[in-house]
Design a protein around this ligand. Sequence first.
Ligand code: 5RP
Length: 223
Amino acid sequence: MTQDELKALVGQAALQYVTPGEIVGVGTGSTVNKFIDALAGIKDQIKGAVSSSEASTARLKAAGIPVFEAEAVDALSVYIDGADEIDHQGYMIKGGGAALTREKIVAAQSSRFVCIADESKLVKALGAFPLPVEVIPMSAARVARQFEAKGGKAVLRLKDGQPLVTDNGQHILDVTGLSITDPLGFESEVNQWPGVVTVGVFAHQKASVCLLGTSEGVKTLSF
Ligand code: 5RP
């Protein structure tokens, strides 16, 4: 099976976690796009979605799924999103699509985080994927130096030759060379640095379940 087919498989499988009549938390990325496509098939059975990015909002609306503002909804029973890496404890690196801050907000509103991913995303230890960090632009150089002091190398993410601007009007640093042995402690520490909006380690908002697309079918990992 191709990676695209594995993404479609887990996107479809995630429908089992959607409760009829409810609002669903929806993440961002190519795997989530498959989930949105599957969700469109049952759109009459749900109330709508809270979205984690302008891109997912556009796709949900195009599919005829009502989109609610996060602040208009008290709590969600489920949030469905992809990951750039997920380990065997359900800790993740996210933000490859630059939507990490809103993803973490919607995840925090949700009782359960269902991660959908193809098997290439499952890792023994986090850190091979460049860690995305959303920063306020004036802090980028300082935050990059703080990562250097930890042995990392931070690079400003560009789009069309210019710094990428997130949905929140901020920038992204991608950091390589880190060893993330304590995801909870690492997330807490980096989130304290002045100018950091969100670090792409999802440890405090880890996955409850991962639906992993493999050539033998969907494997369910519970954490
Ligand atoms: C976006 C994310 C995505 O969930 C992550 O990048 C995985 O994306 P894809 O499903 O396209 O591989 O965190 O900010």
